[in-house]
Design a protein around this ligand. Structure first.
Ligand code: FES
Ligand SMILES: [Fe+2]
Length: 361
């Protein structure tokens, strides 16, 4: 073990990264949009919190805490009336803001409000913000920030380790060579997109003696495009492909009990108009799926058995350590309660300790 890694190991008192009791405040996926039709109500559990979600006649999706404030019936047993939700048990009704607007056996409803959560839709998914007020936009592909997009759902998957650990796979430079046989050395440069999002972009050309690289070289003016953007430590978008056509794959993860992962893959492209545009979009998304499958293959068994413990980081692991530091700086919430996780004593635990000499953060 070299001296740097000893320092790193001794100092790596992680508070949020790979912690099964905590997650970062942010936007998390709930359901594919198509699985919640107008007038439908469903029970969902997101990051340990039980919720009820419904779509009103105005197509808006509303999310509340799951249990009725009268006697605790699960509100997903109830029904949607217009844009409002009526509890099955004694028929109390709540509007889209969660305000009680009807109690059948009383002339006036009681002044009460359900706990509601900001909800939005993007890329064919329903997302919920886990804090009081969204500080950041929904996760997006940086290159497509201002574009109208076309997207398709990929597979839903379960992994036997924490979402943070699954996420680092995409910036684990060494394993591109050892597992995925990539004939080029990837070296990342990191950048902060905003408070909650961090990007890692490849800076190398390389691999000139490889037949594969020689084959694709004419399609790359400069470096070989490979970039990753992480949101809230648990949603990542990969951008790869030649200069004339970039493929965008989103892996959006959330934690299940005991710090395991439930994830969804999305394929995204810029929306091209007209019937030929639609055809082109469909072809691009099919190709994106192939690229996504290539990346998803090969690692599966690792995530079944890994006990993540970065005891001996080397220079090639720098991006991983930068990602861990980024996660540690985020606002963390407690599993299940969604309450702020950082008490003052933890907060004072010296973030600088986390800044390992190697990370140059
Ligand atoms: S439990 Fe919901 S109205 Fe009584
Ligand atoms: Fe991988």
């Amino acid at each position: 073990m070299n001296i740097n890694s000893q320092i790193f190991s001794a100092r790596s008192q992680k508070k949020t990264f790979n912690n099964p009791q905590r997650f970062i405040e942010g936007w998390y996926w709930v359901l594919p949009s198509r699985n919640l039709r107008k007038g439908e109500v469903k029970a969902v559990t997101v990051l340990g919190r039980e919720l009820v979600i419904y779509r009103g006649q105005d197509k808006r999706v509303i999310t509340f805490d799951a249990y009725c404030p009268h006697m605790g019936a699960h509100l997903a047993e109830g029904k949607v009336e217009g844009n409002e939700l009526r509890c099955f048990f004694h028929n109390w009704k709540f509007d889209a803001d969660g305000i009680c607007v009807d109690i059948p056996c009383l002339e006036e409803p009681l002044p009460m409000k359900l706990k509601s959560w900001h909800t939005a839709e993007k890329y064919g998914m329903i997302w919920v913000w886990t804090g009081e007020t969204p500080h950041q936009p929904l996760p997006f592909v940086p290159e497509l920030e201002d574009e109208e997009c076309y997207s398709a759902l990929g597979s839903r998957f379960i992994k036997n380790c924490h979402p943070n650990v699954v996420m680092i796979n995409a910036i684990d430079a060494q394993h591109f060579n050892t597992v995925h046989n990539l004939p080029l050395e990837i070296v990342f440069e990191k950048d902060e997109l905003n408070e909650n999002a961090i990007t890692f972009s490849n800076t190398t050309r390389g691999g000139e003696d490889s037949f594969f690289i020689k084959l694709i070289r004419p399609f790359y003016k400069n470096v070989v495009t490979y970039s990753m953007c992480y949101w809230y430590g648990s949603t990542g978008t990969v951008t790869v492909g030649p200069d004339f056509l970039h493929f965008h794959i989103m892996f959006t993860l959330r934690m299940t009990e005991q710090g395991k992962t439930e994830g969804q893959t999305l394929f995204i492209t810029k929306k091209r108009k007209g019937i030929f545009g639609w055809l082109f979009n469909s072809v691009v998304l099919s190709l994106t799926k192939m690229v996504g499958n290539y990346f998803a293959k090969g690692d599966t068994k690792i995530f079944q058995t890994i006990k993540f413990d970065m005891r001996t980081p080397i220079k090639a692991d720098q991006s991983i350590m930068q990602f861990i530091n980024h996660v540690e700086r985020q606002k963390a919430l407690n599993w299940g309660t969604w309450l702020d996780a950082r008490s003052r004593d933890i907060e004072s635990s010296d973030r600088s300790k986390w800044r390992d000499e190697m990370t140059s953060d």
